[in-house]
Design a binder for this molecule. Structure first.
Ligand code: HEC
Length: 129
Protein backbone atom coordinates (compact mmCIF):
# COMPACT_ATOMS: atom_id res chain seq x y z
CA UNK A 1 0.00 0.00 0.00
CA UNK A 2 1.48 3.35 -0.93
CA UNK A 3 1.49 6.40 1.32
CA UNK A 4 -1.29 8.14 -0.59
CA UNK A 5 -3.67 5.18 -0.29
CA UNK A 6 -2.88 4.83 3.39
CA UNK A 7 -3.60 8.51 3.99
CA UNK A 8 -6.86 8.28 2.07
CA UNK A 9 -7.96 5.33 4.17
CA UNK A 10 -7.08 7.15 7.39
CA UNK A 11 -8.96 10.24 6.22
CA UNK A 12 -12.08 8.26 5.33
CA UNK A 13 -12.02 6.38 8.63
CA UNK A 14 -11.78 9.67 10.53
CA UNK A 15 -14.68 11.06 8.53
CA UNK A 16 -16.85 8.04 9.28
CA UNK A 17 -15.91 8.22 12.96
CA UNK A 18 -16.74 11.94 13.14
CA UNK A 19 -20.09 11.42 11.44
CA UNK A 20 -21.11 8.53 13.65
CA UNK A 21 -20.24 10.21 16.94
CA UNK A 22 -21.82 13.59 16.17
CA UNK A 23 -25.12 12.03 15.16
CA UNK A 24 -27.58 13.53 17.61
CA UNK A 25 -31.24 12.67 17.90
CA UNK A 26 -33.24 15.54 16.41
CA UNK A 27 -36.06 16.99 18.48
CA UNK A 28 -38.84 19.30 17.33
CA UNK A 29 -38.12 22.38 19.43
CA UNK A 30 -40.03 25.55 18.58
CA UNK A 31 -37.95 27.95 16.47
CA UNK A 32 -38.41 30.74 19.00
CA UNK A 33 -36.62 28.65 21.63
CA UNK A 34 -33.08 29.98 22.11
CA UNK A 35 -30.15 27.70 21.21
CA UNK A 36 -29.05 27.63 24.87
CA UNK A 37 -32.49 26.49 25.97
CA UNK A 38 -32.60 23.97 23.12
CA UNK A 39 -29.30 22.50 24.32
CA UNK A 40 -30.64 22.18 27.85
CA UNK A 41 -33.85 20.59 26.58
CA UNK A 42 -31.85 18.22 24.39
CA UNK A 43 -30.21 16.82 27.54
CA UNK A 44 -33.56 16.51 29.32
CA UNK A 45 -35.04 14.75 26.28
CA UNK A 46 -32.16 12.26 26.19
CA UNK A 47 -32.77 11.38 29.84
CA UNK A 48 -36.53 11.26 29.25
CA UNK A 49 -35.96 8.85 26.37
CA UNK A 50 -34.05 6.44 28.60
CA UNK A 51 -36.76 6.68 31.27
CA UNK A 52 -39.52 6.23 28.69
CA UNK A 53 -37.87 3.05 27.40
CA UNK A 54 -37.54 1.82 30.96
CA UNK A 55 -40.97 2.67 32.37
CA UNK A 56 -43.44 3.27 29.53
CA UNK A 57 -42.34 1.51 26.35
CA UNK A 58 -43.55 -1.94 27.42
CA UNK A 59 -47.16 -0.85 27.54
CA UNK A 60 -47.15 1.96 24.99
CA UNK A 61 -44.88 1.09 22.08
CA UNK A 62 -46.61 -0.23 18.99
CA UNK A 63 -45.07 -3.29 17.35
CA UNK A 64 -45.13 -3.21 13.56
CA UNK A 65 -43.20 -5.62 11.35
CA UNK A 66 -40.91 -6.40 14.23
CA UNK A 67 -40.15 -2.73 14.82
CA UNK A 68 -40.91 -0.78 17.97
CA UNK A 69 -42.78 2.44 17.25
CA UNK A 70 -43.17 5.13 19.89
CA UNK A 71 -46.67 6.59 19.53
CA UNK A 72 -47.42 10.31 19.38
CA UNK A 73 -49.17 11.55 22.51
CA UNK A 74 -51.21 14.74 22.30
CA UNK A 75 -50.54 17.68 24.60
CA UNK A 76 -53.75 16.92 26.47
CA UNK A 77 -52.69 13.32 26.96
CA UNK A 78 -49.32 14.43 28.23
CA UNK A 79 -50.76 16.41 31.07
CA UNK A 80 -48.66 15.05 33.95
CA UNK A 81 -51.58 14.90 36.34
CA UNK A 82 -53.62 12.72 33.98
CA UNK A 83 -50.73 10.34 33.47
CA UNK A 84 -50.45 9.71 37.18
CA UNK A 85 -54.14 9.63 37.94
CA UNK A 86 -56.04 8.88 34.76
CA UNK A 87 -56.17 5.11 34.83
CA UNK A 88 -55.73 2.04 36.96
CA UNK A 89 -52.67 0.71 35.15
CA UNK A 90 -50.83 3.91 35.94
CA UNK A 91 -52.09 3.97 39.50
CA UNK A 92 -50.57 0.57 40.23
CA UNK A 93 -47.50 0.67 37.99
CA UNK A 94 -46.33 4.28 38.03
CA UNK A 95 -46.01 4.96 41.72
CA UNK A 96 -43.97 7.89 43.02
CA UNK A 97 -41.33 5.42 44.28
CA UNK A 98 -40.96 3.91 40.81
CA UNK A 99 -41.07 7.10 38.73
CA UNK A 100 -40.52 10.34 40.61
CA UNK A 101 -42.24 13.58 39.63
CA UNK A 102 -38.92 14.85 38.26
CA UNK A 103 -38.41 11.74 36.13
CA UNK A 104 -41.98 11.92 34.86
CA UNK A 105 -41.29 15.53 33.87
CA UNK A 106 -38.32 14.39 31.77
CA UNK A 107 -40.44 11.71 30.08
CA UNK A 108 -43.11 14.30 29.29
CA UNK A 109 -40.51 16.68 27.85
CA UNK A 110 -39.14 13.85 25.70
CA UNK A 111 -42.60 12.85 24.43
CA UNK A 112 -43.48 16.48 23.72
CA UNK A 113 -40.48 17.16 21.47
CA UNK A 114 -39.64 13.74 20.02
CA UNK A 115 -40.02 13.41 16.25
CA UNK A 116 -43.51 12.31 15.27
CA UNK A 117 -43.92 8.64 14.42
CA UNK A 118 -47.29 9.22 12.76
CA UNK A 119 -48.95 6.71 15.09
CA UNK A 120 -51.32 8.33 17.52
CA UNK A 121 -52.04 6.73 20.86
CA UNK A 122 -55.00 4.44 20.09
CA UNK A 123 -58.45 5.87 20.71
CA UNK A 124 -59.24 3.58 23.57
CA UNK A 125 -56.67 5.51 25.57
CA UNK A 126 -58.38 8.86 25.10
CA UNK A 127 -62.05 7.93 24.81
CA UNK A 128 -62.26 6.96 28.45
CA UNK A 129 -62.01 10.58 29.60
C1 HEC B 1 -48.63 -1.12 32.94
C2 HEC B 1 -48.84 -0.52 31.64
C3 HEC B 1 -48.54 0.95 31.48
C4 HEC B 1 -47.36 1.60 31.76
C5 HEC B 1 -46.09 1.03 32.35
C6 HEC B 1 -47.56 2.98 31.33
N1 HEC B 1 -48.81 3.16 30.82
FE1 HEC B 1 -49.59 4.87 30.07
N2 HEC B 1 -51.35 3.96 29.79
C7 HEC B 1 -51.62 2.61 30.01
C8 HEC B 1 -53.00 2.33 29.66
C9 HEC B 1 -53.67 0.95 29.76
C10 HEC B 1 -53.54 3.55 29.21
C11 HEC B 1 -54.94 3.78 28.72
C12 HEC B 1 -55.83 4.08 29.84
C13 HEC B 1 -57.26 4.04 29.47
O1 HEC B 1 -57.59 3.40 28.47
O2 HEC B 1 -58.00 4.66 30.20
C14 HEC B 1 -52.49 4.55 29.28
C15 HEC B 1 -52.64 5.88 28.93
C16 HEC B 1 -51.62 6.80 28.87
C17 HEC B 1 -51.77 8.15 28.42
C18 HEC B 1 -53.02 8.79 27.89
C19 HEC B 1 -53.83 9.35 29.04
C20 HEC B 1 -55.07 9.99 28.54
O3 HEC B 1 -55.65 10.72 29.33
O4 HEC B 1 -55.49 9.79 27.40
C21 HEC B 1 -50.53 8.74 28.51
C22 HEC B 1 -50.14 10.15 28.13
C23 HEC B 1 -49.64 7.75 29.06
N3 HEC B 1 -50.33 6.58 29.27
C24 HEC B 1 -48.31 7.97 29.32
C25 HEC B 1 -47.48 7.06 29.96
C26 HEC B 1 -46.12 7.35 30.35
C27 HEC B 1 -45.40 8.66 30.10
C28 HEC B 1 -45.64 6.24 30.96
C29 HEC B 1 -44.27 6.01 31.56
C30 HEC B 1 -43.84 6.93 32.58
C31 HEC B 1 -46.70 5.24 30.93
N4 HEC B 1 -47.80 5.78 30.32
C32 HEC B 1 -46.58 3.96 31.43
C33 HEC B 1 -50.73 1.68 30.48
C34 HEC B 1 -49.45 1.94 30.90
Amino acid sequence: MNKKTALTIIFISMLIFACSTSKKQVYLFPTEMSPTTQNAYQDICEKGKVLYNLHCANCHNIKKLGKDIIPDFTFEQLDAYLIRAANERHDSDLTEEKVSAEELGMVITYLTYKPKSGHLVPHKYTDRH
